[in-house]
Design a binder for this molecule. Sequence first.
Ligand code: SAH
Length: 262
Amino acid sequence: MDFTVLTIFPDMFHEFWDYGMVGRAIGRKLISASAMDIREFASDKHRTTDDRPYGGGCGMVMKPEPLARAIQEAKQTSPLSTTLLLTPQGRPFNQEMARSFAGQDGFILVCGRYEGVDERICHDLVDHEVSIGDYILTGGELAAMIVIEAVTRLVPGVLGGEDSAELDSFSGELLEHAHFTRPPVFEGQQVPDVLLSGNHREIEKWRFESSVVRTFLKRPDLLENRALSRREVELLKEWCSRIESIVQAQSARGTDSPSGGQ
Ligand code: SAH
């Protein structure tokens, strides 16, 4: 898998290529990665990459010629790569997209700046427009890093045990279970006994329950949009009935305690 980033700030990537999982994946030749300076493809002596927008208005627009030349050069070097334009107007990036990207040969990631890139770049030179979320950054560089990191960790061999990626939140359709490490008691809060028991069946049961309940509490939309398994339905019913009995017990007591009635 090869990543080529086109940017006017290639230095932003030096540290990114050197550290952590991405650094190790490059070191082990599981991926290759480079950042090309779009300014190198500008034709004037000031290496201009932006200009005023036609029609007036504030801000600058990235000129098409240097960008087009940079993309063409990157395509020549990596002919099997898919070209992505990072833009808030693109398809929202998610784990499913990351998974579908992980099997491909490579990516040329085009980072905009200012008001974005000249529209004509998007027509013939870009395969997909990708957004990392409904908010506006000042440049595509951080968005490119996010895409590269999420995809790289799914490239076979990059993570130690293959299953550590399979269990992650969004890999199935549930959020991942809660995690604990030593010490067993931290500021009065105890690690659930079952996790210290060594009983793998019980631990698996607890983790499944933790996954389902966390998804229900934190991201109910993930459950609403899919068919639940019988085991998940049973579990949620059990939780509902526990909550119901707490509420009934409270109602029977009355709600006149100082914290009641909120
Ligand atoms: N005026 C544009 C936003 C430009 S932001 C608009 O309203 O659509 C400048 C650059 O930052 C963009 O060209 C893009 O490369 C990058 N960028 C900003 N927000 C982003 C996001 N949510 N996802 C991906 N790239 C983004």
